[in-house]
Design a protein around this ligand. Structure first.
Ligand SMILES: Cc1ncc(COP(=O)(O)O)c(C=O)c1O
Length: 330
């Protein structure tokens, strides 16, 4: 049984389909395979990114339930929160952002610029909390403070609820259609993975016939690979249970690129960001896509793919984060 995406209410947010481009100079630099890129950094909503697709379904669900307010979470430089704030601005929801100050990156710009600057330019309430416990308490406080004719819709970190994952099942369908139009077959899809919605959606989309490529999720989130894999499995189970579909558990993970922790720069990330910019003019980001691309570079070096393989890197956005890592990136 497949998930019929048309049965779910949506709001329209993205410039879709996003382009797929071949990165000739990067492919040549790596000595093969053929690298292609899916430009989900160009979804059009406040610097774009992967959350736009998830939010189309999440805000559609919130609207159908009569919610007036959206509450969501992230780290101080969350791309998810920036896009949620922008999506709420466009659709008229009141947005409450709960940012947890958990990344020990000590440069001034991290607390002033990048995504946080954009959050502060909005009308959303931006609440900065020191721990996960304090963030939970803030959530309770916000929901309790809403009066009777208002109701909150809570979006988990990264928008990775089953509803949010639908956005990347839809992306898998889009990739399948574009591959057909380009008259090619991708041999693998690679993307950065953190809360898992992107990886799970692309993988389940493939399982449902949208494409035939294995999907590699590059873990940029957990220093413990087992904890990361467990999270992905759990999310996939939740999605399949919510929508009444069965699954074969076929997740492919790439480990070794988180470095010392989520949000902390690594030499391989810096190299991947600068090489991709210098050869292709494409801006990655320091937290997600830079580490994901570092994983792909390593797979190419280790000859995981043949020279003729066509590999699709999904650019999930995040470039505003570069401005929060000025010292680290220069
Ligand atoms: C730019 C960017 N890329 C990738 C990811 C990872 O996506 P997911 O949380 O769906 O695994 C995120 C968010 O977490 C992100 O902001």
């Amino acid at each position: 049984m497949t998930i019929d995406l048309n049965q779910f209410p949506k709001v329209s947010l993205g410039h879709l389909p996003t382009p797929i481009e071949r990165l000739d100079r990067l492919s040549e630099h790596l000595g093969g395979p053929e690298i292609w890129i899916k430009r989900d950094d160009c979804t059009g909503l406040a610097f774009g990114g992967n959350k736009t697709r998830k939010l189309e379904f999440l805000l559609g669900d919130a609207r159908s339930k009569g919610s007036t307010d959206i509450v969501t979470f992230g780290a101080l430089q969350s791309n998810h929160v920036r896009q949620t704030i922008a999506a709420c601005a466009k659709t008229g929801f009141t947005c409450h952002a709960i940012l947890t100050d958990i990344v020990p990156h000590e440069e001034a710009a991290y607390r002033q610029s990048g995504n946080l600057l954009l959050d502060r330019m909005s009308t959303a309430s931006v609440n900065i909390l020191p721990s996960a416990d304090a963030a939970s308490a803030k959530l309770k406080e916000i929901t309790a403070s809403l009066d009777n004719d208002k109701s909150a819709y809570v979006i988990p970190p990264g928008g990775s609820s089953p509803m949010g994952v639908l956005g990347y099942i839809a992306a898998a369908v889009e990739i399948g259609q574009q591959a057909k139009e380009l008259d090619l077959t991708f041999d693998a899809i690679v993307s950065a993975s953190a809360t898992g919605g992107t990886q799970v959606g692309l993988t389940l989309g493939g399982q449902q016939g949208a494409h035939s490529a294995p999907v590699y999720g590059a873990n940029v989130y957990h220093t413990d690979p087992a904890a990361f894999e467990e999270r992905i499995e759990k999310l996939a189970d939740d999605v399949c249970e919510s929508f009444g579909v069965s699954r074969q558990p076929q997740f492919q993970h790439v480990h070794g690129f988180v470095g010392e922790g989520y949000g902390l720069p690594t030499p391989a990330m810096k190299k991947a960001v600068s090489t991709t910019f210098q050869l292709e003019g494409v801006l990655l980001d320091p937290v997600y896509t830079g580490k994901g691309m570092a994983g792909l570079f390593d797979m190419c070096r280790k000859r995981v793919f043949t020279d003729k393989d066509k590999i699709l890197f999904v650019h999930t956005g995040g470039s505003p984060g570069l401005f929060a890592y000025q010292e680290a990136m220069t």
